[in-house]
Design a protein around this ligand. Structure first.
Ligand SMILES: [Zn+2]
Length: 143
């Protein structure tokens, strides 16, 4: 459930999305609010101008949080983002330890607006070579 305060942060994320669009990038923006409601960091999509398919604001803020916040502080933060994080960003958010994500548009709503819809998953095969793959992982986790 979102609050009036959440909606204020979401409106800022939507402003950041407009900034991305004006700078020639896909229209997505995000910010990270601390436990006291202070904006800790904000960013927008730069995937075109950086020529980097991973330059989504959610991923950039997840990386920033992991590098700059203690786990306790990260767990108290909320990411506000103009659109539901994609699968790439969701994976980074899981690893960053952020406490909560609030978004404006859902991924389904975004895909309904995009010509051609969303991205198709890349086919994956596996598991294979379990014993060989397991050995290096077991060795890492023994230490
Ligand atoms: Zn993303």
């Amino acid at each position: 459930m979102t609050t009036t305060a959440d909606e204020g942060f979401l409106r800022r994320a939507i402003e950041l999305a407009a900034t991305a669009d004006k700078s020639g990038n896909p229209p997505f923006g995000s910010l990270l609010a601390g436990p006291d409601g202070t904006v800790l960091a904000e960013d927008h999509n730069t995937s075109v101008t950086d020529n980097d398919i991973t330059a989504h604001p959610e991923l950039k803020l997840a990386r920033w949080a992991a590098a700059n916040l203690t786990p306790d502080v990260a767990a108290g933060t909320t990411m506000y983002t103009s659109c539901q994080p994609c699968r790439m960003c969701s994976g980074a958010l899981e690893r960053s330890g952020l406490g909560r994500v609030v978004y404006a548009l859902s991924g389904d709503q975004l895909n309904a607006l995009k010509p051609g819809g969303g991205f198709a998953p890349v086919p994956e095969d596996g598991p294979a070579l379990y014993d060989e793959g397991r050995a290096v992982v077991e060795n890492y986790y023994k230490s």
